[in-house]
Design a protein around this ligand. Sequence first.
Ligand SMILES: [Zn+2]
Length: 323
Amino acid sequence: MALQNASYEKIQEEYLRIRTENDRLYDERLKKVYADHPELKEMDDNIADLLLKKAFCALKSDEGPDAERAVDEQVAAAHAKRDEAARAAGVDPSYLNKIYTCPDCHDTGYIESESGPARKCKCFRKRESELLLKDSGMAQMLEKNNFSVMRTDIFEGETKEHFLKAVEFCKGFINSFDTDYRNIMFCGTVGTGKSFLSSCIADELLSTYHSVVYMSAKTLFDSLAEAQFSDEKKPEAEAIRDRIYGCDLLIIDDLGTEMTNSFVGTELFTIINERYNSRRSVIISTNLELSLLRDRYSDRIFSRLTGSYDILKLSGPDLRSVL
Ligand SMILES: [Zn+2]
């Protein structure tokens, strides 16, 4: 499931293309503004000279921090003067700033950190998810499973009311995703809409810049086991873990269809617990009744699930035949 090197290279090439295009637009923009207002070019050239002077100051240790501070003050004053002149000329000063499609990472995909290694930006994770979805065939699944194709006319009476309530709950989950930490467990027999609603949520969150990892329980644990027990696959294991623990939303579909053994039990608890500790949401869907879940997994898993997940029980006609 981990992204292949070719996919990473593809993402890096995309960033390069975005930066090149933004630089071209920026140059074009400046050329036009400078042609109409040459005084702004003069001021910007002056700022560039001062920044160069600052770089030299930093290199020459004998001049000390005072010299650098003095240049900093000159830069700030020159900026303020340029902004004032821009406003007087009817140009919004922010229009003269460099153009970035992603203001967080400046179209590099990574955010530098003073305390540790650079971390992947949200936009990188989103692209990563999109590529993974594409590779895994999920993109097609999301085309057929999203709110725009949802039909409620197939339900009647209480079942309809119940399904609509679940839909409202899912929409609330999506809308408050960035502010409220929540988890969902969809329970119900085959075809009652568990995977459909999970897909709807995945689709909406991907479109609002979130990284989503969607895996069936069987694939999830098979991949982890394969990577865990093979030395050759250590880097792959790390990449899988990185995605499982690092994505904004993890969806585990069909819990209960995987093999039961102590490895699965430990991994499941670790995933649920780690994501709980880092306040990252999980959606689980299962055909199992709660009592069967308790029998199949350990008490600590069961209590974590019932204690920190909103449990939505779905019922009704088999949606797979009508959607
Ligand atoms: Zn970014």
